[in-house]
Design a protein around this ligand. Structure first.
Ligand SMILES: NC(=O)c1ccc[n+]([C@@H]2O[C@H](COP(=O)([O-])OP(=O)(O)OC[C@H]3O[C@@H](n4cnc5c(N)ncnc54)[C@H](OP(=O)(O)O)[C@@H]3O)[C@@H](O)[C@H]2O)c1
Length: 329
């Protein structure tokens, strides 16, 4: 008589336990797979089906050990320093790719839209040519090209999910994070680069994670670029107004010119590095997610719901920060 040991669910390894990586882990655990979250920092709380790894993806041995046993690897890493991408990003992207290849795992890469430059139409789809108009965009275009060259050579089976600027609960971006929440709740003016009255796609964090999970769970995604579902397709001012209305506060949006960013960049290099990207808010910048939504039967979260959940989280963030400040005083 043979005893049949239960086969464990497949292991999905997520490099990058940041704002999207952690949401992705929740989505995958809900789908019944095992998840290992990896970052350089210390392990978080393990749970049913969830383990942690510690690795610097630029160290080949560490990255390979962290990816061992994976059926699918996700790249949700991001360099900590926005102004040092040229030096930090290539070894990170290549490190995750090589770790996935060594594990024989499929690879799903989370990416931004910088590689497109100024798209000639709105909305723009996955066939939009890569015509970067910034240094960071040129780097992203080069790394995206490298990824699919490796796929075509058969080194790794890869797909990529591209998202626009995030907003949402548990997604403390530079744009819609704690400082924004506190100013909005205090009724203070909110400074935005570019033109806040141009249409601009904003990707809801949970939708980004949901989209990546779909790519990881469906091998037919391999070899292609996918635009992940987009919840907000209005103007930046419209989004701020919707958030403010939910919180019962006034929406005061002030546009600031690029020269202010460049001047601030003399003391804060991250702001200086942001100056070359404000073109995205000076033209209609709308992502076409139809291909993904049709292929995977997924719809973005309705904008009203995404706004409500984000605004509720803003209250929580501001309350937690205020309590922390009082305790420290
Ligand atoms: N922010 C946006 O609005 C936006 C929009 C679209 C696309 N994206 C893209 O989405 C991707 C993920 O960004 P995110 O903002 O979600 O990330 P994030 O919250 O900044 O998290 C990045 C994670 O990467 C880890 N990490 C950094 N360097 C590492 C290394 N050398 N080895 C291992 N782990 C490392 C960090 O942990 P440790 O520091 O502990 O290692 C952290 O867990 C990026 O490619 C970003 O450009 C961002």
């Amino acid at each position: 008589m043979s005893s049949s040991a239960a086969v464990p669910p497949p292991l999905h390894v997520i490099f990058g336990a940041g704002q999207i990586g952690t949401l992705l882990a929740q989505q995958l655990l809900a789908q019944g797979v095992r998840v290992r979250l990896v970052r350089r920092g210390p392990a978080g709380a393990a749970g049913p089906g969830l383990s942690w790894g510690q690795a610097d993806v630029t160290d080949g041995a560490q990255a390979a050990a962290a990816a061992a046993g994976a059926a699918v690897v996700y790249d949700c890493t991001n360099p900590a320093q926005y102004h040092r991408w040229r030096e930090l990003l290539p070894p990170m992207k290549r490190g995750v790719r090589q770790a996935a290849a060594r594990a024989g795992a499929r690879l799903v890469v989370l990416d931004c839209l910088y590689m497109y430059g100024r798209p000639g139409k709105a909305p723009f789809d996955e066939d939009t040519p890569l015509l970067p108009c910034s240094q960071k965009g040129a780097l992203r275009a080069q790394l995206a090209t490298e990824l699919f060259e490796a796929h075509r050579r058969g080194e790794v089976r890869a797909s990529t999910g591209r998202a626009s600027d995030y907003f949402g609960p548990s997604v403390p971006t530079a744009l819609f994070g704690q400082a924004f929440a506190e100013r909005l709740l205090a009724g203070k003016a909110l400074q935005m680069g570019g033109d806040p009255d141009q249409p601009h796609s904003y990707s809801y964090g949970p939708d980004v994670a949901h989209g990546l999970a779909a790519l990881g769970l469906h091998p037919q995604a391999d070899g292609r670029v996918w635009h992940l579902p987009v919840s907000w397709q209005g103007t930046t001012r419209g989004l701020v107004q919707a958030l403010a209305a939910r919180l019962g506060r006034p929406a005061k949006v002030q546009a600031f010119p690029d020269w202010v960013l460049r001047a601030m960049g003399l003391v804060d290099p991250v702001l200086g590095a942001a100056a070359e990207m404000t073109y995205q808010w000076k033209l209609p910048y709308l992502l076409d997610d139809a291909r993904f939504c049709t292929a995977f039967g997924v719809q973005p979260t309705p904008a009203e719901q995404a706004v409500a959940e984000t605004a509720d989280w803003f209250r929580e963030v501001a309350r937690t920060h205020a309590a922390g400040t009082r305790a420290a005083a």
